[in-house]
Write a protein that binds this ligand. Structure first.
Ligand code: GLN
Length: 544
């Protein structure tokens, strides 16, 4: 049943096409409501059958975002955290797969004994249970639930039906539907077209849902007569037709939505007092720095999924946060790890001031990553290795400095004589792939007088993980004696979390994923320092 506190439930659906940016609209609205003093969280319901996106290829679905509690989730949760500066968790992302999994598990346990288990009410009840569970967890004033996919898709139907039922559970003043839609511009006719939206809204109406607010993605301003037409045909108030023009930066969207009074419409419809005007000073300071950089640097991002930048969403967003903090524009130069070799690495990296070697799985592109790292180490180019990037840095060091030519990770070469990166003991018997990696937040203790300590300014930190393999401590002494130091260690297990080369301007590899914790209001300290070091490298190389 709905929460005790009279939580308000807002649903964000999408019509006409997918990829309209529902996640950014939901996060922007949440930001405005939060800035007015409401406690808000966002949830994403995904209509696919995977239990979570952990088993999906990044080419299919972009980055898999990992929460503090170790849930593998949709990348929109990254936007929610970056905008709201809050932690989300497993409840914030639920898929069709998880819903069915839960219902079928209960059925096997005998929870429905004697009954036929059906989409309505059993699946829809389970969906609603998951919606209310988010509200109850922290007694939020407002829960925004984004429905993935597009209205009219066969697979979204049970979610849409559950939304329809929520209105009757919680009452009309506690319930609101925002439908995001596309208003295409026909160049030949010189016109914005409302017909696709009319059809999309009709489809929602067929499911028993009248959207309260239309947010209209458009490349051109919406003239008054188009707004009137949309209002008339879609049965909404004219001031509930909200224009969402393409923006330079996703971080502009909260202010654009404020200008269009999306937050005011929502509050009025939910009969909530306006409390205070949104307090957005820090947000605006960030935007000011983002838009008025005093310097500019190029950073290479070396990875194997670069055809789809969404695969590295949190990393590129972290550069935006850290760039603004340094008042520096960070241009990301995408380099495919499969294309790099020892012959072309110097020319590929000739115009960059820092290199990030990305996380990843499997063998493809590994040697390119290792050639990149060798170049950074020898040429004293700032280097940041994340997860697989850190593991490759250790392999490169073992091969080329320690002289263990066959050093490798057992992920790539199972039978290597020098498994410098190896499967963790706990991982060795695991056969199931879904949700079985080392996931979520773990403690790490930093040594003083290190780049890591300089960045964080404290010795005890917590960072998020998503991997199976680890630095093999059998080699720790030799590696340290040769100049690569383990500067961050998990205090419980002794696992190496950070490696650094002290005799280098900035060479840091982390087993964890710092990019998952960078937000607009708290840019990640390692990214901030890495951008700073790259800027210093640029200044130094230009003065030589
Ligand atoms: N493939 C490596 C592992 O499983 C690294 C994973 C990653 O980069 N996220 O340990």
């Amino acid at each position: 049943m709905a929460s005790q506190k009279n939580t308000k439930f807002i649903f964000v659906t999408g019509g006409v096409t997918s990829s309209l940016g529902k996640g950014i609209i939901a996060a922007s609205l949440a930001k405005l409501l939060q800035a007015r003093g409401f406690s808000v969280t966002i949830q994403k319901l995904d209509p696919y059958i995977n239990v979570d996106p952990g088993t999906l290829n990044p080419y299919e679905h972009g980055e898999c975002f990992v929460t503090e509690d170790g849930a593998e989730t949709d990348l929109d949760l990254g936007h929610y955290e970056r905008f709201l500066n809050i932690n989300t968790s497993q409840e914030n992302n639920v898929t069709t797969g998880r819903i069915y999994y839960n219902v079928i598990t209960k059925e096997r346990e005998g929870a429905y004994l004697g009954k036929t288990v059906q989409v309505i009410p059993h699946i829809t009840d389970e969906i609603k249970r998951n919606i209310y569970a988010v509200a109850e967890k922290s007694d939020y004033d407002i829960v925004i639930t984004e429905i993935g996919g597009c209205v009219g898709d066969i697979e979204s139907l049970p979610f849409i039906e559950a939304v329809r039922q929520v209105k009757w559970d919680v009452g009309p003043n506690n319930f609101l539907v925002i439908n995001l839609t596309l208003i295409p511009y026909l160049k030949a006719a010189g016109e914005l077209k409302t017909k696709p939206t009319q059809h999309a809204v009709k489809q929602l109406l067929e499911s028993g849902i009248q959207p309260d607010i239309l947010v209209c993605r458009t490349e051109h301003k919406l003239p008054q007569e188009i707004r009137k037409k949309l209002a008339l045909f879609c049965n909404v108030n004219i001031n509930s037709v909200i224009e969402a023009m393409d923006a330079d930066s996703i971080y502009d969207v909260p202010l654009l939505m404020r200008k269009e009074k999306l937050d005011e419409r929502v509050l009025a419809k939910l009969k909530l007092s306006h409390k205070v005007e949104p307090e957005l000073t820090q947000w605006k300071n960030f935007l000011g720095k983002l838009k008025n950089p005093i310097s500019e640097i190029n950073i290479a991002l070396v990875g194997k999924y670069i055809e789809l930048p969404d695969a590295y969403k949190s990393i590129t967003e972290s550069f935006i946060h850290a760039g603004a903090e340094n008042e520096t524009k960070v241009n990301v130069k995408w380099i495919h790890s499969e294309e790099v070799n020892s012959e072309n690495v110097a020319s590929l990296l000739s115009s960059v001031h820092g290199v990030l070697v990305a996380p990843g799985f499997g063998e493809r592109g590994i040697e390119g990553k290792i050639a990149t790292i060798k170049y950074c180490r020898e040429e004293k180019l700032p280097f940041f290795g994340i997860c697989l990037g850190m593991q490759c840095a250790v392999v490169e060091f073992a091969r080329n400095v320690l002289g263990l030519k066959d050093a490798s990770s057992t992920e790539m070469q199972q039978k290597t004589k020098n498994p410098i990166i190896d499967l963790m003991l706990e991982q060795q018997g695991i056969t199931q792939k879904g949700g079985t990696m080392r996931l979520g937040s773990y403690a790490c203790e930093l040594q003083k007088n290190t780049k890591a300590y300089q960045a964080y300014g404290k010795t005890k930190i917590n960072e998020r993980h998503r991997h199976r393999y680890e630095f093999n401590n059998r080699y720790l002494q030799d590696i340290e004696a040769a100049g690569m130091k383990a500067t961050g260690i998990n205090p419980k297990t002794g696992l190496v979390e950070i490696v650094e080369i002290s005799d280098h301007p900035w060479f840091v590899g982390t087993q964890f994923h710092p990019e998952l914790k960078s937000t607009v209001l708290n840019p990640h300290p390692l990214f901030v320092r890495f951008v700073k070091a790259s800027l210093e490298h640029k200044i130094l190389s230009e003065s030589n």
